[in-house]
Design a binder for this molecule. Sequence first.
Ligand code: GTP
Ligand code: SPV
Ligand code: MN
Length: 586
Amino acid sequence: MALTTNTHVLEWVSEMAALTQPDQIVWIDGSEAQLDMLRAEAMATGELIRLNEEKLPGCVLHRSDPNDVARVESRTFICCEKEEDAGPTNNWMAPDEMYAKLREIYAGCMAGRTMYVIPYSMSVVGSPFAKYGVELTDSIYVVVSMAIMTRMGKEVFAALGDSADFIKGLHSKAQLDPEKRYIVHFPQDNTIMSVNSGYGGNVLLGKKCFALRIASCLGRDEGWMAEHMLILGIENPQGEVRYLAAAFPSACGKTNLAMLIPPEHYRRKGWKVWCVGDDIAWLRPGPDGRLWAVNPENGFFGVAPGTSAKSNPNALAATMKNTIFTNVVLKADGTVWWEGMDKNPPEGAINWLGEPWDPADGSKGAHPNSRFTAPAINCPCISPEFENPQGVPISAIVFGGRRAKTAPLVYQSRNWAHGVFVGSIMASETTAAATGAVGVVRRDPMAMLPFCGYNMGDYWQHWLDMAGRVEKLPKIFNVNWFRLDEEGNFIWPGFGDNLRVLEWIMGRCFDEAEAEESPIGYLPKVEDIDLEESGVDAQTLRELLNVDRELWKQEVEGIEEFYAMFGEKLPETLRAELEKLKKNLE
Ligand code: GTP
Ligand code: SPV
Ligand code: MN
């Protein structure tokens, strides 16, 4: 039975049901009883596999189709009226043409299946940041994942009332045909359509599709920002908590930084780190003139490989109950494993493809983009402000990427406009989070290349314009944990030790730390970073902070080429910043 009398919702559901022809429609109320029934049904069909109830209570394993294990950027579209509004970094098709194409693909695709109607909220229901969505799907995996990742259930319909202000989402696995796979956004209709995929980032429509691509358009129109950022609180020994938001591209360390455990030497002094979010931030000017942020999500869709009791014990702890694992190794005892969890690949286990796995044959047991979907409240360091509907005040914005060379460990921008420039020239080596080659350096401005729902040039202008809306602007920084030595080893220890860099960053925001000028911005002096018990010596840090003019001149060429794509849409301010950088490098 329908859970709302909202005519906009009812009409959309019946129109989409007429198109996709499901056998029945089930409205998701968010109750544990209903979710239990759905889990039982999915376990009966093999869509979900129950794990060891004693060791991993409430946890299940899911395997996606082997051809469907990551976001597909080549099949992700922004369909606004004018092509130039999608810009050179997005795929575009005219809305009418795309609707016609999709109608054909969706026609009858839910025959023999159930359509689930999922009401959900991004951020706490009733918060000034909150936005509501309704996702229609034929996948139980999607329903149970949305139950973790969002605030889901009938209270969302209560909050929505009769309003038409919600994001429509239609998802069908259809035949999982990669040739007919489309992830499509219609910003002018607040509509998302996803078909022929079952992979998280393509089908959990509240996440990248809504909270970034559609929300970035809403933010442009309404004066706020939707960003691919973690949010964390750093508590110093005085008990003061300061917040930062950091944008790194996919699989470049957001979840890890968001949950970092301070080095022993810092813990002794009383430092603590609190996780507010690990992937997405919505930022708004607050009444006090500061920029305030919420994490609109309710769970973590984190990269499994590399997550260990050593690298990220908080993430691992978050996955110990009520978690969905996707494309990991199934051990004989009904628990899970992935590369980098420990150095003992299990015997007698099943790999991510569902086949018996012999670790000795050199193949990977878990897919490199295998993931866990875990409730945020499971995380031992979840911030007491996580549910605060007002969010947290942001003192620093940090950009960063995966760069073997060029980018130093950390530098600070000179001011907001220069900071926007620093974000706009970000580049990073590609990872397994999206299909395509891995390890190729590409420009990924603000870590939003695959997630900006409109012309990136206009998006940069929106960033610049925030200076007129926010009185006390955060300071902007860039970090790089991934510099390599001649042998290809990471020079910086990373993970918990990244707090040493964050301490300097916060010090800069509160006029407590020194810096020196460089051609690219302010750098810490070697003595400004606390290296005690880090295993890093001053000479190594000097190397990590080195700005190689020759490499930066090459970088400038890459930036010029990239900027050229935007033509008239490139803000004059950024062009001027690039000229300044060129001059500084001479
Ligand atoms: P998405 O969920 O795709 O947006 O990724 P993410 O940005 O949250 O990345 P995540 O924290 O999951 O890290 C991805 C990979 O980077 C993992 O294999 C980590 O082990 C590795 N990593 C994270 N932080 C560091 C670091 O400080 N140093 C090094 N060397 N590796 C890191
Ligand atoms: C990313 O790729 O940035 C992710 C995973 O966080 S996905 O939800 O697939 O986008
Ligand atoms: Mn992400």
